[in-house]
Ligand binder design. Structure first.
Ligand code: GLC
Length: 558
């Protein structure tokens, strides 16, 4: 049986601070900007806010490279601003969770600086540093952002350090109890301060197998995918259990893990009743259509039956084991509407359909900033407009594979992390009302059509639809059913129809979506009491057959 938790009935929202709201006119979003928009989030129905990293950072990986865990980067504000944010959130019954990035820190963190000064000393042991003879690196693992995971230790000709992400993100050595203790101390410091918990970054990487393992090369660069490392690492559960007991457990903190793993026991181990985290993201839709050779070979759009199979697959595996977190996008992924709906079908109706089928699943909904407006991918016109290090690397991979510059650019573009990182669209004035200066990353030109000012308060807007979905989830009459009711697929074999029951103790709902642009008929299981939501103005019912135009979605109370 699933143990009920305070956060199960909440709705969460991810803020990417750099692109949310700039209060001081430097082209970069900040904490004061976030504070000024708390009422907007409250109006939407948000309870839990996840902040992507705001700690001191050289921003080589946009804050996921932390140089001081105890301070706020001046670009985002001050610790006083942070305290004010916590206070203002609390006054609105909202919870703030931080991003916990502890697989690595920044090469500008004092730990790493000290390690460079004395690799054999105390801080050298916080990292993976090896002496290399005759240029032979300890292993041939390829970092996530391209190239070897080994980089020369500054100031030393024969020493290298390991980084599974960017070379400015040296991996922390979790085998060292002293390092682990420092991490727990920092976590508790933030929990004492009043954050409600953490989103836990890249956590599967903290455990390494024998670092002298060479895998068969899988590309011409002679390197092997880092996935080999994740697969072969044994013993991560001990670390995670220890971290939980030393920190989160003592504060009843909420934690959501970024867990990418094929482990068959993952759901139980990570989010079961005694699991390491409160919840973790469901990445099954995210991973669909991916290809190990690189983004240029991935499938740009995943929709209809494919999307349905992923979502139902997770729900089936999960059962009552735990509570998953559902997303359609985040700061590492393209915009959900652009990834799960074919470009030619993209409109408010199809966007609302995607929102409904996702938010009505069992689990904690996480909305990524701008998703509630139906923000889309960006028509970047040149690779020079892209800041994201990952896109730059994948572009090179595509070129190496023989694509022309133009082909390579267009092949990687649908997956660029910058699609979701452009500034938030507050209104239709210059720079979408995000900043009075030049924004750090270009604004999507479609802000003139898609923006908050136009949508808040407009009855048929995507924003109003999200607001209605969230309020249905909170409605005392339906809450039990939507939060805890079973997900039972309905007519799962009917093509491009995504329909499921939510069966609670005293109510049954049916969510039914025509996930294609062509009309189709749906035979209903019987009569229904009322239509709770419908993304079209009409309902074409003929006996118990529902004629559904393309992308219609309805939520019926049976
Ligand atoms: C996670 C983050 C991503 C970052 C990486 C390294 O996947 O979501 O943005 O680049 O970890 O910290």
């Amino acid at each position: 049986m699933l143990q009920k938790k305070w956060w199960h009935e909440k709705t969460a929202y991810q803020i990417y601070p750099k692109s949310f709201c700039d209060s001081n006119g430097d082209g970069i979003g900040d904490l004061k900007g976030i504070i000024s928009k708390l009422d907007y989030l409250k109006e939407l129905g948000v309870d839990i806010i996840w902040l992507s990293p705001i700690y001191c950072s050289p921003l080589a990986d946009q804050g996921y490279d932390i140089s001081d865990y105890y301070n706020i980067d001046p670009r985002f504000g001050t610790m006083d601003d942070m305290d004010e944010l916590l206070k203002e959130a609390k006054a609105r019954n909202m919870y703030i969770i931080m991003d916990l990035v502890v697989n690595h820190c920044s090469d500008e963190h004092q730990w790493f600086q000290k390690a460079c000064g004395d690799p054999e000393g105390e801080f050298g042991k916080y990292f993976y540093i090896e002496t290399v003879k005759d240029g032979k690196l300890p292993n041939n693992w390829r970092s996530y952002f391209g190239g070897s995971v080994w980089e020369k230790l500054p100031g030393h000709e024969d020493k290298y350090y390991m980084h599974v992400f960017h070379k400015k993100q040296p991996d922390l050595n979790w085998e060292n109890p002293k390092l682990r203790h420092e991490v727990y101390k920092m976590i508790n410091w933030w929990l004492e301060k009043g954050v409600a918990g953490f989103r836990i970054d890249a956590i599967m990487n903290i455990k390494k197998p024998n670092i002298f393992t060479t895998y068969p090369a899988d590309r011409e660069d002679g390197l092997a995918s880092i996935e080999n490392m994740i697969r072969d690492a044994v013993g991560i559960d001990e670390f995670l259990h220890e971290m939980k007991m030393e920190t989160f457990e003592k504060y009843n903190a909420f934690t959501v893990g970024e867990v990418f793993t094929d482990r068959p026991d993952a759901l139980k181990a990570f989010i079961g009743n005694d699991g390491h985290f409160s919840t973790m993201f469901d990445f099954s839709e995210t991973c669909a259509g991916k290809n190990e050779d690189g983004w240029y070979k991935c499938q740009p759009v995943v929709c209809g039956d494919e999307y349905k199979a992923c979502a139902f697959g997770t729900q089936k595996r999960l059962g009552d084991l735990g509570f998953i977190s559902n997303i359609i996008e985040n700061h590492d992924e393209p915009r959900g509407v652009s990834h799960y709906i074919p470009a030619e079908d993209l409109n408010d109706t199809s966007k609302k359909m995607l929102a409904a089928v996702n938010i009505m699943l069992r689990g904690l909904p996480f909305i990524y900033q701008g998703q509630e407006l139906g923000m889309t991918n960006v028509d970047f016109t040149s690779i020079d407009q892209i800041d994201d290090c990952s896109t730059q690397d994948e572009y090179k991979v595509a070129l190496k594979a023989g694509l022309s510059a133009d082909e390579a650019f267009h092949a990687v573009l649908p997956f660029s992390r910058d699609n979701a990182r452009t500034p938030f669209h507050w209104n239709d004035s210059a720079n979408a009302g995000f900043t009075s200066a030049a924004p750090w990353l270009m604004v999507n030109p479609n802000y003139v059509q898609i923006n908050a000012k136009d949508q808040v308060g407009r009855q048929n807007s995507v924003f109003s639809w999200y607001k209605e979905l969230i309020s249905l989830r909170k409605n005392p009459e339906y809450k039990e059913t939507i939060v805890y009711g079973e997900v039972i697929p309905y007519k799962a074999e009917q093509k491009n129809l995504m329909a499921y029951y939510r069966k609670g103790t005293d109510k049954t709902l049916l969510v039914a979506a025509n996930y294609q642009n062509k009309a189709q008929d749906l035979k209903l299981p019987g009569t229904f009491k009322q239509v709770l939501m419908n993304n079209l103005d009409t309902l074409d019912l003929d006996g118990s057959t529902l004629h559904m135009p393309g992308y219609q979605v309805v939520i019926l109370e049976l």
